[in-house]
Design a protein around this ligand. Structure first.
Ligand code: SF4
Length: 390
């Protein structure tokens, strides 16, 4: 994607649909309960943002599009068709192997809608499944049950969508190691090309945060949570899925190319309420609320903030996001973005992390060791604020 060296336009697009049927108890994403929301007005505002964006930074050939949320699949089939047509109009040139992903919730994906999605170019669907126990699902505020999961996947396959992914969560209230083992087993029986498995984070401004503060959130112990992470990594590996990022597992060649854009610190357009984008070392954040976003889109780009990233910040970001990937960071890629060697900048931190056994080296590439995966945040922190030492 674009970097100051090759000057190519962004080849990745993120679009945010901020509506959900209800609000899950742990969720701090920019999402709003759908009822009474001005959905068509929002989609028209998005259309305007796309139009202005490509006028400002014309796109090249687009390699990945990711529609996230929120729950993009709460759009009705006619709204979905309008939205996908907008995308195609403003980003008309697609790579022949484009990865066009959309997030979906089981229970919001009937066949008609999935057919409209496929017709509009979507070729990868990521389902928020989270767990295979109905009592856990209702305990975290999800609207779907386990039967919905099977039905949604069957619907997707029946319209010809086969590049499917499932999200699972661990560290949930009342979840045991055995429950996670069962969820992973059931997820693997689906024989999908890709799985994402995240740990629950108790975020501020969520119901879970309130319960946590009142000591009323029965989270698994730290030991159980560690056991869960070790279990999921070994089970996925044994089933033939590569852990290509801390929380992501794929059959060879089925890694999410869109997410790899972020982890390689490459450029992407970010469109929609609250969306972030990164183009030519400039980051932006859009206005978050639905109505304020719509309002702002009438008079220009609906930005909350835009700021230039210094070279130092870009280098630190490169390390922090790059080390999330199992392939790690290479001197070659660093030189391509910054025209300098990794060792010129980060020799001290690399040496320290190698000595601690948290990073391993393979030629000009550095990656988290097995032990380092468990202490990712500590490792990433080592690469922040080091330029003053150089
Ligand atoms: S479906 Fe996803 S975005 Fe919507 S409330 Fe639940 S976790 Fe948040």
């Amino acid at each position: 994607m674009t970097n100051p060296i090759n000057g190519r336009p962004p080849e990745a697009v993120y679009i945010h649909i901020p509506f959900c049927t209800n609000k899950c108890f742990y969720c701090d994403f920019n999402s709003y309960v759908l009822k009474d929301q001005p959905v068509m007005d929002y989609l028209r505002a998005l259309d305007r943002e796309m139009e202005l964006t490509v006028k400002h930074t014309p796109p090249g050939v687009i390699k990945t599009i990711f529609v996230g949320g929120g729950t993009p699949t709460v759009l009705k089939p006619d709204e979905m068709a309008y939205f996908l047509k907008s995308v195609r109009t403003h980003f008309p040139q697609w790579d022949e192997n484009i990865e066009f992903s959309m997030e979906a919730n089981p229970g919001t994906t009937d066949k008609d809608k999935l057919a409209v999605m496929k017709e509009g170019g979507v070729n990868r669907v990521s389902f928020g499944v989270q767990a295979f126990q109905n009592e856990l699902l209702s305990g975290i505020g999800r609207i779907h049950n386990v039967d919905d999961v099977y039905r949604s996947l069957e619907n997707a396959r029946s319209v010809g969508l086969h590049n499917l992914s499932v999200d699972l969560m661990f560290g949930l209230p009342n979840q045991t190691v055995d429950m996670l083992r069962e969820s992973i087993g059931k997820a693997l029986e689906l024989n999908l090309p890709h799985y994402s498995i995240y740990s629950l984070k108790v975020e501020e401004n969520t119901l879970f945060h309130t319960l946590f503060n009142k000591n009323k959130l029965p989270l698994p112990s730290e030991e159980d949570e560690l056991e869960m992470y070790l279990l999921l990594m070994s089970t996925m590996e044994a089933a033939g899925y590569g852990q290509y990022e801390i929380s992501n597992f794929a059959k060879p060649g089925m890694e999410s190319r869109h997410n790899i854009t972020y982890w390689r610190n490459e450029d992407y357009y970010g469109l929609g309420a609250g969306a972030h984008g990164y183009v030519k070392r400039q980051r932006h954040m859009n206005i978050k609320g639905v109505n304020p976003y719509i309002e702002a889109s009438h008079s220009g780009l609906p930005r909350l903030d835009t700021f230039q990233i210094t070279e130092q910040e870009a280098m630190e970001d490169f390390m922090m996001v790059g080390l999330r990937m199992r392939e790690g960071v290479s001197d070659q890629a660093f030189r391509a973005q910054f025209g300098k060697s990794l060792l010129d900048i980060f020799a001290g931190s690399l040496k320290k992390m190698l000595a601690a056994g948290l990073i391993e080296q393979d030629g000009d590439t550095y990656r988290l060791s097995k032990q380092g995966i468990l202490f990712g945040n500590d490792v990433f922190g080592e690469f922040v604020g080091v330029l003053t030492e150089v």
